[in-house]
Design a protein around this ligand. Sequence first.
Ligand code: EPU
Length: 416
Amino acid sequence: MSKLLIEGGHTLSGVINVSGAKNSVVAIIPASILAENNAIIENVPNISDTNDLIDILKLLGVNCEFSDNILKTDTSNIKNMLIPAELSTKLRASYYFMGALLAKYHHAELYYPGGCNIGARPIDIHLKSFEKMGVKITCLDDKYVLDAKHLTGADIELRFPSVGATINIMLAASKADGVTKIRNAAMEPEIVNVAEFLNSMGAKVVGAGTKEIIITGVDKFTNGSVKIIPDRIEAGTYLLAGSLIGKNLTVNNLNPKHLEALISKLQASGVIMDIEDNKITVTSSKKILPINVKTLVYPGFVTDLGQPMQVFLARCNGTSLFEETIYENRMQHIKYLQKMGAKIELNNNIALIKGPCHLHGANVTATDLRAGATLVLAALIAKGITKIDGVKHILRGYDSLPIKLQQVGAKITIIE
Ligand code: EPU
């Protein structure tokens, strides 16, 4: 089992290029089965979630070529097949094949998705929405069969603006009969990117990025193409690294508009950033003030940066309060931060973080993707050497993380 070995305390300078967004590409790859024949997807991150979804495409008979961050697909020989548990449980986003297969065949069979263990993560909103569109759902031993004699548009109000449900409904509705309205839709930038791809294939999706999305079903799709937007979580992780131990660290190829909640928190704490159109340069400052952070849906402070943010809060001069509101179990990294010397009191999903903490290296474990990124940040500023187990979680979502950090001066290697 590979581990990350990090020697802390080395200043990070230079340029880190941000890759394409994981949470965009993981929906766009399943959506590519809707293309008449060919789809071209650019700026695809080389992460294990991408490769796991390509494996599902190949199972369905889609011809895939993936090189130089470009994925080309050809659906000429596609067949509808059961997606077995060994493929669907590798990641959360396998559930996007529900919406995509329903749109294409009015029928989908797959096992319950996997993904990071950060909470119960039910899919009731997806399923109830499909039912409103005429889909009959049966489930036996985690195997879901979704079938629609007639897939129809519907007026759907989400009880919570779920990212996954919003995208899944958009996929199914894109070829349904009639108009679908999604009220209380999620507004994350990745949803806009998926809509852009669907529209490139002839879909009629209007309002993505707002609370109300209207999808008019069409009969036939054309070929399609899209460029994946920059990964705002990867960008945010490296901005935090720069705020902690950077000297003119430039995080390049990002969209500052997608990072407004993080930027305003860092600025409130006293971090100085030079913000340009598609890059931000940051240097760490000694006088960072404590701040309070609560995760919210977009455009609020994103849950996926909540764990990494806690390393920053641990370095602030005073006590900060952090609250996670989206997932019930996204605090498993805290015991490892405590092992490294952080002073954190955890009460359910609220952490009282007493800074400034002086962290030291330790043997720790990444229990999920963002917990892994958090431990990397902690290790970069810790005194001594940190060994991080569970590297596979990190590689699910961060393209070439060890190399990108090495190139700006970090002492980080993967050992077997
Ligand atoms: N929820 C329900 N029922 C549903 C769907 C969601 O109760 O049917 C609850 C979830 O349990 C959770 C909350 O609603 O408590 C948010 O879930 P949402 O559906 O918005 O998230 P998701 O689609 O499962 C995606 C990303 C996550 C990211 C969230 C929020 C993918 C594959 N995953 O998850 O990414 O945290 O949106 O932005 O796109 C990550 O990258 O580390 C990650 C976990």
